[in-house]
Design a protein around this ligand. Sequence first.
Ligand code: FAD
Length: 387
Amino acid sequence: MYHLKAIIIGAGIGGLTTGIALKQAGYEIEIYDKVREFRPAGAGISLWSNGIKVLNQLGLGEEIAQMGGRMNQMEYRSHQDKLLNSIDLHPLINEVGQRPYPVARTDLQALLLQAVGEENVTLNCKCVKVSEEKDGITATFEDGRTTRGDLLISADGIHSIIRPVVTGESSEPRYAGYVNWNGLVEANRQEIDPECWVIYVGEGKRASMMPIGKDRFYFFFGCPMEKGTEVAPENRQQELAEIFQEWPSPVQRLIETLNPLETNRLEIHDLNPLNTLVKGRIALLGDAGHATTPTLGQGGCQAMEDAAVLCRYLVTTNVSVEDALQRYELARKPRTSELVLKARKRTDTIYGKDMSVTQEWYKSLSQESESDVINALAKVILAGPFN
Ligand code: FAD
C-alpha cells in the first residue's frame, strides 16, 4: 500500500526503528513522545544478530558496527571465581551470519534519531486517547492537539495506555521478583578481558560486564528482592558492596569504580502474552505488546523485528491496512509470546525462585559444551524474520 500516513506513539527503540522503516518505504510518519527531552532508560543494551540484521536492512549496518563492542568471548564464573564455561562466539557469528553488538543506549538512540529525522519526532506530547473511524484513526494528546492518519503504532512501552484499547482488557505488568542495577564503566579500569562478556553467578544473584564501544563496559547486577524497595542513587554503591560482599576481585573492582549517581536501579517486570497485538488500524509494537524480562537480551531486538515485519506486510500487501496488521500479528504473536515465556523461565532459574533448580543450573553450566550454548543462541536468532 502506498502513500499512507502512520502515527507512531513512543520514540523508544521500537517507535524509532518503525519510523525509519516506514519512512524508507515512502510513508508519511509522525512520531510522538511524552518526554520533554531524549534520555534513554538504561545504560547499555546487547543487540543480538537478529536485531542487527534489521538495522543492516535499514542501511545502518556500518554505523552500528562502528559503535558496537567487540564481544568475542562469553564466560560464566561462579561467585567463588571458578570458571564454569568459556564460549568462543565466532562459531555463533558464522552460524547466524552476523556479529552481535552491545552498545551504549545513548549512542543507539542518537543513531536511530538521526536516521528517522528529528523533525519527524514531536516531544512533550502525551497521547491520551485513540479513536478509530471508518477510514482513519485519530490520536488525541494531553494538550488537546489531535492528529489523524491511516494507521497508528502503539510503541509506548510496557505501561502502554493504548494496549487496553487493542486487547479489550487491562494487562498489568508482572513483577519478575528481582532488582537490576546497570551502568557504564571504563574498560581499562577493570580486571577482565575487554573482549569478553563475563557473568558471575551464585546465591541466586549475578554480576556481569559486557564490552560496548569506546573502551567501556556495560555492567549489570541482579538480585532477588521483595517489590517496593528503593535506594537513593548516592547509596547504591554501598548497597551493591553489601549484596556482593566476598564475591571475586573483578566484581569488587567493578563496584569500587562505578559511579553510583549514574547507576540505574529498577524492579524488572514483564507482561503475560496478550490475546492479540492488533485491532483495526492499531498495532502494538515492542514492549507495549510483549515486554519481557531481559535475561535473553531480546526485548529491544524483538521491537526491531516487529518494525521490519510490520513494514514488510504494509508494503507487500494491498488489501487493506487492517489486513496487513492481521498478517503482522500472525507472524509476531507466536514468536514474541514464546520468547517472553522462555525469558521468564530463565529469570526464575537465574534468580533462585526455587534454589534447587538454580543449583542444578550452576552445575549444568560447567557441563555444557560450547556447541550446546552456540546452538541455543543461534536457535533464538535464526527464528527471526532474517535467518
Ligand atoms: P520503550 O523504550 O519503553 O519506549 C516507549 C516510549 O513511549 C518512551 O519513550 C515513552 O516516553 C513513550 N510513551 C509512553 N507513553 C506515552 C504516551 N502516552 N504518549 C507518548 N509517548 C509515550 N533488550 C535487548 O534487546 N537487549 C538487551 O540487552 C536488553 N537489556 C535490557 C536490560 C534491562 C535492565 C531492561 C529493563 C530491558 C532490556 N532490554 C533489552 C529490553 C529493551 O530495553 C526493551 O525491550 C526496549 O527498550 C523496548 O523499546 P520500546 O520502544 O518498545 O519501548
